[in-house]
Design a binder for this molecule. Structure first.
Ligand SMILES: NC(=O)c1ccc[n+]([C@@H]2O[C@H](COP(=O)([O-])OP(=O)(O)OC[C@H]3O[C@@H](n4cnc5c(N)ncnc54)[C@H](OP(=O)(O)O)[C@@H]3O)[C@@H](O)[C@H]2O)c1
Length: 259
């Protein structure tokens, strides 16, 4: 992949899971990184240690995205580390289950929308404004989900946030194309991470999920990192406003029974 060496990339939610996988892959390709975390300090230190093994520059920076009024300051700090950024990966997110039974007042719904949708909106807007002012191009990758396309019970907040993220991916791509700023999304399927592996790697659960996937297995955080690198690289210079589904074929199968 061309065009990644020395690129300055901010990855949100790099303290575990997919964000940590993205950091590792982008470091291997020579990017300089700003790694964001919220609560998991030992996780971000581990990510930092791994990326430094590739000999690249990396810094860590903390912010709680539920505190939306702190985002401007957070972004300005991230931008100033390398005197600018070439790419923004909006990866941080929370998976919540909201129903009438457990979220009657919609508090969890609002919190999910804040972290998964409002925060990426504000960060992308800050990034675009900074790029326009600096007269430089930029690339944004929004980590969405297959729940942006098809969903199920309990996921009203999560699915709304990801469907909304896919919508702003398209609108912002349309608005900022004229400034050389590309905006694309990634829609991962089921990728075991620290948070979920105890459930997903249980053999009966794994069999249930994987029989529905034409690829026959879960995805890996490294594969999500490779897809992110592709979306940030020169290989996708003409790609904007797209959401790349990377799910082992789960969505393509739909609800047809396994024969
Ligand atoms: N794993 C999957 O199967 C899958 C599938 C589709 C989409 N995704 C998406 O992938 C992204 C990463 O999720 P993951 O599965 O890798 O889970 P994860 O390991 O739990 O990572 C979530 C990241 O988001 C950060 N975060 C959580 N709440 C935050 C807050 N209030 N403010 C700022 N940052 C916050 C966490 O930071 P701290 O831990 O430091 O607080 C962590 O770095 C999410 O957007 C998720 O929707 C995951």
């Amino acid at each position: 992949m061309q065009g990644l060496k020395d690129k300055r990339i901010l990855i949100t939610g790099a303290s575990s899971g997919i964000g940590a996988g993205m950091a590792k892959v982008l470091a291997r390709k020579g990017c300089r990184l700003v790694l964001h975390y919220n609560r998991n300090q030992s996780g971000i230190e581990q990510t930092l240690k791994k990326v430094k093994e590739f000999g690249v520059q990396a810094e860590i920076i903390r912010c709680d995205f539920k505190q939306l009024n702190e985002l401007e300051n957070f972004f300005n700090q991230a931008w100033s580390i390398y005197d600018g950024l070439d790419g923004l990966v909006n990866n941080a997110g929370i998976v919540t289950k909201s129903t009438a039974l457990n979220d009657a007042l919609g508090e969890q719904f609002a919190e999910t929308l804040a972290v998964n949708l409002q925060a990426p909106y504000q960060l992308s807007t800050a990034f675009a404004n900074a790029c326009i002012q600096a007269k430089q191009p930029g690339a944004i990758v929004n980590n969405s989900s297959i729940h942006g396309q098809a969903t199920c019970e309990w996921f009203s907040a999560y699915a709304a946030s990801k469907m909304g993220l896919d919508a702003i991916t398209k609108v912002q791509a349309v608005e900022w194309g004229q400034f050389g700023i590309r905006v694309n999304g990634l829609a991962p399927g089921v990728v075991p991470v620290e948070r979920t592996q105890h459930i997903l790697n249980e053999p009966s659960m794994e069999a249930k999920w994987c029989e529905r996937m034409p690829a026959g297995r879960y995805g890996t955080t490294e594969e999500m990192g490779e897809a992110t690198a592709y979306l940030l690289s020169d290989a996708t210079q003409w790609m904007t406003g797209s959401v790349l589904t990377i799910d082992g074929g789960l969505i393509a199968r739909g609800n047809y029974p396994v024969r």
